[in-house]
Design a protein around this ligand. Structure first.
Ligand code: DAT
Ligand code: MG
Length: 144
């Protein structure tokens, strides 16, 4: 399919640990090198209300407090990327949630590790479905 209706968008976040380590450019490079298009890129600080909403599916889990705190600890690079099957394509670029187990060659596998903290730090977020992507893009980029 090459028609425009098959083009997807996804929300990528370079989390504060990734920005702090100077990996924002590397993540953008990998998205572009894979052949996806950057639609929006913004370095910003996220407030708690946005983060609680963003992680609504995890409400009540023991790590959600530390997760929101970590995500608010510094700037994040918020990115909307576009392309055919980009939602699953970026999840494949990112690798597994646990960076100790993420396969080398992925962003988390190449640059992530365990630090023994209450929340897993794994450098990037990527929407997990087209429905999540639509919800998350509306939250982070209401103008798009
Ligand atoms: P992903 O980011 O791979 O979609 P997720 O949506 O299940 O993973 O969780 C969101 C983030 O929360 C994840 O990137 C890291 C953190 N996290 C997930 N499970 C965790 C756990 N059991 N303990 C600590 N942090 C966790
Ligand atoms: Mg997730």
């Amino acid at each position: 399919m090459t028609d425009a209706s098959s083009t997807q968008r996804t929300l990528v976040l370079v989390k504060p640990d990734g920005v702090r380590r100077g990996l924002a450019g590397e993540v953008l490079r990998r998205i572009e090198a894979k052949g996806y298009t950057l639609v929006a890129v913004e370095l910003r600080r996220a407030d708690e209300a946005l983060l609680v909403e963003h992680y609504a599916e995890h409400a009540g889990k023991p790590f959600v407090g530390p997760l929101v705190e970590m995500m608010a600890s510094g700037p994040v690079l918020a990115v909307v990327a576009e392309g055919h099957r980009v939602v699953e394509g970026f999840r494949s670029l990112a690798g597994a949630t646990d960076p100790t187990l993420a396969v080398p060659g992925t962003i988390r596998g190449d640059f992530g590790r365990a630090w023994g903290r209450p929340v897993i730090e794994n450098l990037v977020h990527g929407s997990d479905s087209p429905e999540s992507a639509a919800r998350e893009i509306a939250l982070w980029f209401p103008g798009l």
